[in-house]
Ligand binder design. Structure first.
Ligand SMILES: [Zn+2]
Length: 344
């Protein structure tokens, strides 16, 4: 039986965003230690490769890449009030994008069934020409482009359950019908984008699905959103590969947001994505770490997701109960995107 690939490497500790910065090296450390402690025979640990300049250029401008590269000679550079580099940031960011590519390649080549990439710095806020929100290169976007440009895929789905809207992912694929971008996020909240009305543009209309939720929503609301919208839309899109921007900052213990998701909730979302991948694309999926700033919460949530990735996909999914207060958002979203997607 094929294994779940886990990309883990202590070189991810090298990027340093500043003392007391929440996106700290210990995040990678606790995730790697968690994965190593699982001692499961169905996990295959993988060493990441660097992303190549051409791969980074699939999503970022040469001028911006050169700006990030130049920070390798600076003790510190402030890209914005939240996003700071150290001498090792450029190198670590190349390895972060490359880590997701390592997992995606292994799945495409049939070396593993699916994958989880423990990477940092995160990527989903990074714009083509700008670092923001602790992100430098858009790791998941680069992986989606690689699947399309190097492997000829026509339909890639990105599920972004980080508590923040992935404005960079949305921006890069806003006019593309090849990438279905679906995001759950606290709203209003950083970075301010991700309203129900942002649905894509031109050929990409309908292929951006934003599912904004007010603070304090938790497992029941998230699972209802998966069951009523994300899974039916995904089934209709019929992806050839699913990427998950797997931030864990919607966890109730996270201090950068106010959602109430538990580690079991992340596991239940992972089960739904895994089932969708089994239905549509032979189980091909890779999750990449994005945000998540409570060390215990990210380790426990990461464990729950990796556990689900390794399970038998035939296990039943228990329908959610509760979550009625998310129904108004679901109904408004259905009005906006129901003309593009059969919601079942
Ligand atoms: Zn986040």
């Amino acid at each position: 039986m094929l294994k779940t690939g886990v990309v883990a490497d202590r070189r991810y500790l090298k990027h340093f965003a500043g003392r007391a910065h929440p996106e700290r090296p210990q995040r990678a450390e606790v995730m790697i230690e968690m994965a190593e402690s699982l001692r499961r025979p169905d996990l295959k640990f993988m060493t990441p490769r660097d992303a190549t300049p051409e791969e980074i250029e699939s999503c970022h401008t040469p001028d911006y890449i050169a700006t990030v590269a130049r920070t390798a000679s600076l003790d510190r550079f402030d890209f914005d009030p939240d996003t700071h580099s150290s001498r090792d940031t450029y190198e670590t960011a190349l390895l972060s994008a490359g880590g997701v590519l390592t997992a995606v390649e292994a799945v495409m080549d049939g070396a593993v069934a699916n994958g989880f990439a423990i990477v940092r710095p995160p990527g989903h806020h990074a714009l083509p020409n700008r670092a923001m929100g602790f992100c430098f290169f858009n790791n998941v976007a680069i992986a989606a482009k690689w699947l399309i440009e190097s492997r000829g895929l026509k339909r890639v789905m990105i599920v972004d359950w980080d508590v923040h809207h992935g404005n960079g992912l949305q921006d890069i694929f806003y006019e593309s019908p090849e990438v279905l971008y679906v995001s759950t996020h606290q709203f209003p909240h950083y970075p301010g984008t991700g309203s129900l009305h942002e649905i894509g543009y031109g050929a990409g209309v309908g292929f951006t699905v934003n599912l904004p939720m007010p603070a304090e929503f938790g497992d029941a609301e998230y699972l209802r959103v998966f069951d009523r919208l994300i899974v039916p839309i995904g089934r209709h899109f019929n992806p050839e590969f699913i990427l998950v921007s797997s931030g864990f900052d919607a966890h109730f213990r996270d201090e950068l947001a106010q959602m109430r998701v538990t580690e079991a909730g992340f596991g239940a979302m992972a089960r739904r994505v895994k089932r969708l991948a089994a239905e549509c694309c032979g189980g091909r999926m890779v999750a990449a770490l994005e945000g998540g700033y409570d060390l215990e919460a990210i380790a426990e949530s990461g464990r729950a997701v990796i556990d689900e990735f390794g399970r038998d996909a035939d296990e039943p999914i228990r329908p959610d109960d509760g979550g009625d207060r998310v129904m108004p958002m679901i109904e408004r979203a259905a009005q906006n995107v129901g003309r593009f997607w059969n919601l079942g």
